[in-house]
Design a protein around this ligand. Sequence first.
Ligand SMILES: Nc1ncnc2c1ncn2[C@@H]1O[C@H](COP(=O)(O)OP(=O)(O)O)[C@@H](O)[C@H]1O
Ligand SMILES: [Mg+2]
Length: 351
Amino acid sequence: MADLFKDILSAEESLFANEMALDFDYLPKEVPHREGQQHYLADCIKLLLAGRMGKNILITGEPGIGKTATIQWVLREMEEKGLDESAKPVYINCWKKDTAHKIVMEICSQLGYKWVQNRNTDELFKEIANILNKKSAVIVLDEVDKLEDEQIIYQLLEDIYRKCIFLITNYREWLTELDARVRSRLTPETVDFKKYTLAETSDILRRRAKAAFVPGVWDEEGLDIVSQKAHELGDMRYGLFLLRESGNIAEKKASRKIKKEHAEQAINKLSEFSLKKDSDFDDEEKVMIKIIKENPGKTSTEIHEIFKKYSNKAYRTFHRKLKALEEAGVLKIETDFAATGGHVSRVRLKK
Ligand SMILES: Nc1ncnc2c1ncn2[C@@H]1O[C@H](COP(=O)(O)OP(=O)(O)O)[C@@H](O)[C@H]1O
Ligand SMILES: [Mg+2]
């Protein structure tokens, strides 16, 4: 019988020193090339620390370019400097906590408030406001476009007195579609994250690799093509995936180095796994794709009008599906200026 486990490397021989450092939600020691944004956010928080009113910031930009990492880094710095005593940081991912109740429960948990049994959302919100209003608060709503109910933003704006609210989204047009009452209270400044340059991408990935692998195992050429690919795709997650996968491939071959050829194989694997197959879409998604294909450059509202012939989904639900398709890399939603003023979102199929 063949020896299945023949070529395995022992733990001492592993190319990985700390594989966790490649996890998407691992917060690295440093988040370079976002210093401008870090200072900007820190300056807003400093207002609170100086006893002033804070600011609300809308952070926008494509997925995978360090929005979450940057804000979490700033919050961790605050905690490390003990500043969280005067301005309490609260971080919510609205993809995971998408209703007012879930958000309120999460804030209670982050504040260490335990008397949540049999209390409704409003009661708990009052408790939170009581705690936060003793000092000031930095409230981050990440992936805010995934919120089911925007009322909670209104409540935070109204009932928490001294605060910075940072809202993060991949969709610039989210604000224009926000309820006018909430929007006029919010009046945020916008911080737009631009894509990393190739040199920045390469530096970031090299630092992540340094934290994750045994020193000296990477061939420079391998790192170069991984950086190139990650830059091309514009999402740092692909870079992290490729670093890990190249390491896995090299280990599988019992190689003591991660070479260009291993990185190339990892890149090939990437295209296999990221492209969704036709059969992965549900019926409504298939109809949506067909309509968009037949109506290039139409706005999302116009596409929804046509879609209504097939399904009575409300615009919100339709829009969520549209965004999911964008995240799967099928289409692109672009913000455009409307003839009547304001913005519209245009939908285009990729390729
Ligand atoms: N400047 C950076 N330094 C180190 N890691 C980064 C940097 N920018 C992004 N990353 C990493 O890339 C991944 C995607 O970044 P993330 O902040 O989650 O993107 P976004 O929130 O913009 O979608 C995360 O794992 C993050 O740690
Ligand atoms: Mg994010």
